[in-house]
Design a binder for this molecule. Structure first.
Ligand SMILES: *Cc1c(COP(=O)(O)O)cnc(C)c1O
Length: 457
């Protein structure tokens, strides 16, 4: 497994506490065996999410001091606009407070009631905003995306044949837009190939359907193209990223991921009509079109984060390889993980890890709680608890997958931290037979995984 040193050094540190075993046992019990209900101060290594958890650089922190907090026409907005134009290649930029707000504006501008949106799998907030407009979501991802053991380089790809058939069947007027997510989150951070993006755009253009990319993790996707797709091995990631954008009409971005800030987002497009509509809407829902819910200083940190992420390939190469290295430690020790390892997280296959537990005892929830007890590492359940219930029938949505997500924040943890986490998980794997399942004792009506409580059976 190749091991890269980080292309940064540590200038400021934040203290973390490692609670004793008994302290962890009582903390997780008090949290109802739900890692979302743990206090951050009781967590030693926090792998809950990569969203908004990045460490900013000295250059970004310095930028905060240059916040121009004018209501209109802040200097920092123009810096942001220029950074988006230089790095992503779009002339029109609408700032928003985070990714879901950009999705909201895009759905309002493009989706009419009864229209369909074709996508590679889905993301929770992206689908929600389309459905709130009366739109219908269609999953067109390649079938292997649903198989955790299938080791394929581009498991985020669109199934182009199926997409073509759907367009024929529905008719182009019934399709609001095609949404392609780079490094598809719900599929485990799996990339889309350049070839697939090009084929998709060709198909969409023939039917005059706009292609909107969820470019939240487009940088990490661009790195995978460099590492895995023929013909791109020698191209700088910065160029690959910009080339990916050629096959889209616009993007929505949660800057809490690739862009290395703790809050922020934007949408960008080269389509004047989309720009004009979303620019009118941003004033209603977010703020004036030169801040869109962000302060001047936040926009400055974001503008600098966007430039920094592509300054050279070192940052993203280390980032993706660190996640891969972490996954490799687990895999080599026989711990069942989803392959290939994605760009932002390692997923444990809890059905295999805790094969003695039936799904009714929530193996992924159990595993996530047990990992915390073992080594004070926080992870997230992505199984039957997250899948929730059908809002009409109230039946549990079945979930083929019972996964635990270990998400790696950007520039926050060294390999020492991840090695410690891997060691804890491997130790737990050795005594997996002793782990007892859970029973749900409190179930919220919506998005139950956030607040549900459990007890040991
Ligand atoms: C996080 C995320 C979003 C939503 O962004 P927020 O900034 O959390 O509102 C949208 N799409 C993808 C792929 C994401 O990972």
């Amino acid at each position: 497994m190749d091991y890269l040193p980080p292309p940064w050094k540590i200038k400021m540190v934040e203290k973390v506490n490692l609670l004793s075993r008994s302290g962890r046992e009582s903390a997780v019990k008090e949290a109802g065996f739900n890692t979302f209900l743990l206090k951050s101060r009781d967590v030693f290594i926090d792998l809950l999410t990569d969203s908004g958890t990045s460490a900013m650089s000295d250059n970004q922190w310095a930028g905060l001091m240059l916040g121009d907090e004018a209501y209109a026409g802040s200097e920092n907005f123009y810096n942001l606009e220029k950074a988006v134009k230089d790095v992503y290649g779009f002339s029109f930029v609408v700032p928003t407070h985070q990714g879901r707000a950009a999705e909201h504006l895009m759905a309002r501008a493009l989706v009419q009631k009864g229209q369909h949106v074709l996508s590679n799998m889905y993301f929770t907030t992206s689908r929600e905003h389309v459905e709130r407009r009366g739109g219908i979501w269609q999953d067109c991802i390649v079938p292997e995306a649903h198989d955790p053991q299938k080791d394929k380089p581009f498991k985020g790809n669109f199934d182009i044949a199926r997409t073509g058939r759907l367009i024929k069947k529905l008719g182009k007027n019934k399709i609001a837009f095609i949404r392609v997510e780079a490094n598809c989150n719900m599929a485990g951070g799996q990339p889309v190939s350049m070839k697939n993006l090009e084929d998709l755009k060709t198909l969409a253009e023939r039917h005059e359907i706009p292609v909107i990319m969820d470019a939240t993790r487009a940088l990490e996707n661009a790195y995978f193209i460099k590492a895995r797709e023929k013909g791109w091995e020698k191209t700088p990631v910065k160029k690959i990223l910009k080339n990916m954008m050629r096959f889209t009409d616009g993007i929505t971005v949660s800057s809490k991921k690739d862009n290395l800030v703790n809050i922020g987002g934007f949408l960008a497009t080269r389509n004047k009509k989309i720009f004009e509509e979303t620019k009118t809407l941003v004033v209603v829902y977010e703020g004036l079109h030169t801040y869109g819910g962000m302060s001047g200083r936040d926009m400055e940190a974001l503008a600098r984060g966007i430039r920094e992420m592509v300054e050279n390939d070192d940052y993203v190469e280390h980032r993706v390889k660190q996640v891969e290295w972490f996954g490799g430690l687990l895999k080599e020790a026989g711990v069942p993980i989803v392959v290939p390892v994605g760009g932002h997280a390692v997923y444990l296959d809890a059905k295999k890890f805790l094969s003695h537990l039936p799904q009714s005892q929530y193996p992924a929830q159990t595993l996530s709680a047990s990992i915390y007890e073992e080594c004070a590492v926080r992870s997230m359940e992505r199984g039957i608890v997250s899948a929730g219930r059908d809002p009409k029938t109230r039946k549990e949505h079945g979930s083929k997958l019972e996964l635990v997500r270990l998400t790696v924040p950007r520039r926050v943890y060294t390999n020492d931290h991840l090695g410690f986490a891997a060691e804890g998980i491997v130790n737990l794997f050795k005594k997996r037979q002793t782990i007892r399942g859970l029973k749900m004792t409190y179930e919220p009506k919506q998005l139950r995984f956030f607040q549900a409580k459990f007890r040991r059976v």
